[in-house]
Design a protein around this ligand. Structure first.
Ligand code: PGA
Length: 255
């Protein structure tokens, strides 16, 4: 199955609007016309409009880092699908482990956000992944299975086909400790199997599953060589134009 690779930069809570605009312009110059793969950036909410201006006319896509499931209402600090679309987002990251760890995000809220994004026409990038404690207790399979089932519960084939899953082992995020390609592939294959159980008719083969957790220019090539790794969700290394451009321009080593 030919899945278009997706290289996504999660800028987290980094950068002013000026910083974001500079970074986006740098990326447009380096990878704005790249073909055969998709490139996406997820700046902080406050920088969405300046980044949208900077990437206009390029092939770089725009994502937000969260979305609420209601369309309007008294939800201080949250943003709706319509607001993000107005800000020119096409994608949204949902259920990042930092939101699960620090802001009370649960499988149920991830499910609601995912369903709302899909219903409103945004592509969700749904994050799952185990903590170090869970991995060491041999709970990786159980945790990731529960998270995928929870996030995608009730979605039909047409919805599942449109979403992106990101496997981000918590112990690898921002630690410099990347999962080995084999460790990542093992969980990606598990996620693809889950998708086969949740959707029918070859839908699972079409879903991109990204790896995230200390992806760097020097490890992207071997990660992308794995059969079920269809891209990367990159934090720290996405804040550097040359580094992220190298990640976008990954080359799969010859077998
Ligand atoms: P990292 O973050 O690349 O800095 O480890 C990845 C992520 O949290 O999406």
């Amino acid at each position: 199955m030919n899945r278009t690779p997706l290289l996504a930069g999660n800028w987290k809570m980094h950068g002013t609007r000026v910083d974001a605009s500079t970074l986006a312009r740098g990326l447009v110059a380096k990878v704005g016309a790249v073909t055969g793969r998709e490139v996406l950036v997820a700046p902080p909410f406050t920088a969405l409009d300046v980044v949208a201006d900077a990437i206009a006319g390029s092939r770089i896509l725009l994502a937000a880092q969260n979305v609420h499931w209601e369309s309007t209402g008294a939800f201080t600090g949250e943003l709706s699908v319509a607001m993000l679309k107005e800000a020119r987002c096409t994608h949204v990251i949902i259920g990042h482990s930092e939101r699960r760890q620090y802001f009370g995000e649960t499988d149920e809220t991830v499910r609601k956000r995912t369903a709302a994004a899909l219903a409103g026409g945004l592509t969700p990038i749904v994050c799952v992944g185990e903590t170090l404690e869970q991995r060491e207790a041999n709970k990786t399979v159980a945790v990731v299975t529960t998270q995928v089932n929870g996030a995608l519960a009730g979605l039909g084939d047409a919805s599942i086909e449109r979403l992106v899953v990101a496997y981000e082992p918590v112990w690898a995020i921002g630690t410099g400790r990347t999962a080995t390609p084999a460790q990542a592939q093992e969980v990606h294959a598990l996620i693809r199997d889950r998708l086969r159980a949740l959707a029918s008719g070859g839908v699972a083969e079409k879903v991109r599953i990204l790896y995230g957790g200390s992806v760097k220019p020097d490890n992207i090539d071997t990660l992308m060589a794995q059969p079920d790794i269809d891209g990367a969700l990159v934090g720290g290394a996405s804040l550097d134009v040359d580094g992220f451009a190298r990640i976008v321009n990954y080359e799969v080593p010859k077998q």
